[in-house]
Write a protein that binds this ligand. Structure first.
Ligand SMILES: Cc1cc2nc3c(=O)[nH]c(=O)nc-3n(C[C@H](O)[C@H](O)[C@H](O)COP(=O)(O)OP(=O)(O)OC[C@H]3O[C@@H](n4cnc5c(N)ncnc54)[C@H](O)[C@@H]3O)c2cc1C
Ligand code: SF4
Ligand code: SF4
Length: 626
């Protein structure tokens, strides 16, 4: 790999970086989704890339792709690695294209209400920038620190889609590097344009994106509507959508509210009784206009709905950004994701709840309503496993849930590695056209291979035989019966060791990466909270640590920005103190290197910019008028 790194560096015209050290490659081998240990051992024993490149210009990105094409090396695009389906996991090796440092804001046009940003820009970067000029994004995923390129490449459904529809519909143009290395721009009228949206890095690498933004609303008024039965809530949602235009409408079942209350009590043990959320089935509706909110109130009164607009509504509105805090409840966390017609959601939720009981997991449902009579429906379940059979059965529940949803008229949402068998069900009539496009532009299937169009593993494909698309409908109907007999509540415990304990609680959401001054200075994910927890675990598993890894672990300002944004609410600075203490005992501390690092952070004034740090505003940071 040393020779390839040197050859690649010679191809570059700008400051692009190449990583080939073993622990960086190990960090790049995961995404947010935690593959159950049994499955990982069999199917993904090694998912490290051969090299990772952070391209600093579109020309360098093109040069990397031309280089890989010549040597027949696969590519895997990666944003913030917050997608849980394995889309950014290089399980067949190759060159990982890391866009997480491409955070340029190129151009903002207030008259046209559009912005052009680098694919690695975080939603937080874009929103913080726009708010200075009285604007904001129309929609965003609840993974606030994921990349714009990542959401364009995946589903595009999140907050604000009830009003504005999918993020894909707001995109006006893209700059893409094709699998041939050619740099192309596509606008929304181009017949090829849609092939790059939601296709998870199969068709090329997105370099920049221009999309619609809006004036910042002056208010956000959340309401909660309470129901005893989930089907009543879902019927009400249909009526509400027919008559009103909320910015966002979401359904949460009573099990989900129970989880949120549990976490609230865990965080605030002295919370007074009655302060928590009512454990009912809820609709959370957010309006951004006083008149619309008033009209909604009048309508709800006439229908005698039980509506809350107090701090509980605000609490749940704030909680929307922390969907993975449930990782604190149990070590196992899995989900199914489907877009269902709104009139099919009630039977689906009834069925998913029943399946949760059969598999002895804690299952809760949420739905995000879109503007086209569909909703993204997410049954999410946590579990403690009781051995490898129990764990495998509980992991298979995700397939049973997806297959059940498809039977009820739903379409799978994310594909990645694990949902590849459901690809046809997602794209239906578009499937053949997409496949033909892939075959014509990437005949060797070098872009993101072994997933999406075909599930293939380096370790061989026999173990994955049950995941063939034609076999899944045959075994999924019987699995609940077997699970009901064999699955148990589980007794899996969390590790006692401080580092491993926090690693286990970490939801791998990546929120801590773009706010970390060490990352902004070094562009090395091993210096971030997610990276350090992984590295800490890796070192313990290996029983050894290299001097280079030890030195990297000291590159930390102990500023606590990672704790402030942490999805799992981890208290992280004491963990860094402990890690450093352990490493120092073995290797001592490279004081000159640490001092040089601190000086560099200070000189770049990284700490002076709170939380939106790291985005690079071009064109003088001023809006461009047309
Ligand atoms: C806390 C949390 C909340 C979430 N909430 C939502 C939500 O509300 N809605 C939702 O849809 N998802 C959500 N997700 C899932 C995930 O955050 C989104 O899919 C997100 O858009 C992925 O962005 P990323 O930068 O992390 O992409 P990655 O995970 O790095 O990559 C995702 C896929 O896109 C491809 N890709 C990435 N960048 C590029 C590029 N520049 N060019 C070509 N291909 C590329 C990758 O190859 C991969 O297949 C959530 C995840 C977490 C952890
Ligand atoms: S304490 Fe600061 S520098 Fe250290 S990992 Fe957390 S955010 Fe990064
Ligand atoms: S440390 Fe916290 S913010 Fe960082 S990945 Fe883990 S859960 Fe997310």
């Amino acid at each position: 790999m040393k020779a390839q790194k040197a050859e690649l560096l010679r191809c570059f015209k700008s400051e692009s970086r190449v990583f080939d050290d073993p622990s960086s490659l190990q960090i790049y081998s995961f995404d947010q989704g935690e593959v159950p240990a049994t499955l990982r051992k069999i199917l993904l024993p090694d998912s490290r890339p051969d090299l990772a490149v952070q391209p600093a210009s579109v020309q360098d990105l093109s040069a990397t792709i031309r280089y890989g094409l010549e040597k027949v090396i696969p590519f895997v695009p990666r944003g913030a690695a917050t997608f849980g389906m394995g889309g950014a996991v290089p399980h067949r090796g190759g060159i990982l294209l890391d866009f997480s440092t491409s955070r340029e804001i190129y151009n903002f046009n207030p008259e046209h209400e559009t912005i052009r940003v680098g694919a690695g820009c975080r939603w937080s970067d874009v929103s913080n920038y726009l708010q200075k000029f009285g604007f904001d994004v129309c929609t965003y995923p609840t993974s606030w620190f994921s990349t714009v390129g990542g959401w364009a490449s995946t589903g595009g459904v999140g907050i604000g889609c009830t009003r504005y529809g999918s993020f894909h519909d707001l995109i006006q143009s893209l700059t893409v590097v094709l699998p041939s290395g050619e740099i192309r721009s596509f606008d929304s009228s181009d017949p090829e344009f849609r092939n790059f949206l939601g296709t998870e890095g199969q068709m090329g690498a997105i370099w920049d994106i221009t999309f619609r933004v809006r004036r910042k609303p002056s208010v956000q008024i959340p309401f909660l509507i309470l129901f005893d039965e989930s089907h009543s809530a879902l019927e009400c949602a249909q009526e509400l959508l027919a008559q009103h235009k909320p910015y966002h409408l979401k359904f949460l079942d009573a099990a989900r509210i129970h989880e949120i209350n549990h976490l609230l009590h865990e965080e605030h043990p002295n919370l007074k009784a009655g302060v928590e959320l009512p454990e009912k089935h809820l609709l959370l509706a957010c309006f951004e206009d006083q008149a619309e909110a008033l009209a909604f109130r009048g309508w709800a009164q006439k229908k005698a709905l039980f509506v809350l607009s107090d701090y509980k509504a605000h609490l749940l509105w704030r909680e929307r950004m922390f969907p993975l805090r449930v990782k604190r409840i149990a070590p196992g966390l899995l989900a199914s994701e489907l877009v269902l017609p709104v009139n099919r959601i009630a039977p689906y939720i009834k069925e998913s709840t029943r399946l949760g009981h059969r598999f002895h997991v804690e299952l809760a449902n949420e739905c995000y309503f879109l503007n086209d009579a569909t909703a993204l429906t997410l049954p999410v379940y946590t579990f403690h496993s009781a051995g490898s059979v129990d764990e495998s059965l509980k992991s298979s529940l995700a397939y049973v849930l997806t297959q059940t949803g498809i039977r009820l008229g739903g379409k799978p949402y994310g594909i990645g590695i694990w949902n590849s068998p459901f690809l046809k069900a997602k794209f239906n009539s578009r499937y053949s056209a997409l496949r033909n496009y892939k075959n014509s532009t990437d005949p060797q299937h070098l872009f993101n291979p072994g997933k999406f169009f075909e599930m293939k593993f380096r370790s061989g494909n026999y173990a994955a035989l049950p995941l063939k698309s034609w076999l899944i409908p045959l075994w999924t109907p019987f699995l609940p019966v077997i699970a009901n007999i064999l699955c148990r509540g589980g007794s899996q415990t969390r590790p006692d060791d401080l580092v491993l304990h926090n690693e286990d609680l970490c939801s791998k959401c990546g929120s801590c990466i773009p706010v970390c001054p060490a990352y902004i200075d070094t562009h090395d994910e091993r210096t971030t909270a997610r990276g350090k927890l992984r590295l800490g675990k890796l070192i313990q598993e290996r029983g050894s640590i290299t001097r280079e890894e030890a030195n990297t672990l000291f590159l930390c300002m102990h500023c606590g920005a990672c704790t402030d944004v942490c999805q799992s609410r981890l208290d992280l600075v004491p963990v860094w103190d402990e890690l450093e203490r352990r490493v120092e005992q073995q290797f001592g501390k490279d004081v000159p290197r640490v001092e040089a690092f601190v000086k560099s952070v200070e000189q770049k004034k990284i700490m002076e910019v709170p939380y939106a740090r790291g985005a690079q505003v071009l064109a003088g940071g001023k809006p461009e008028h047309s």
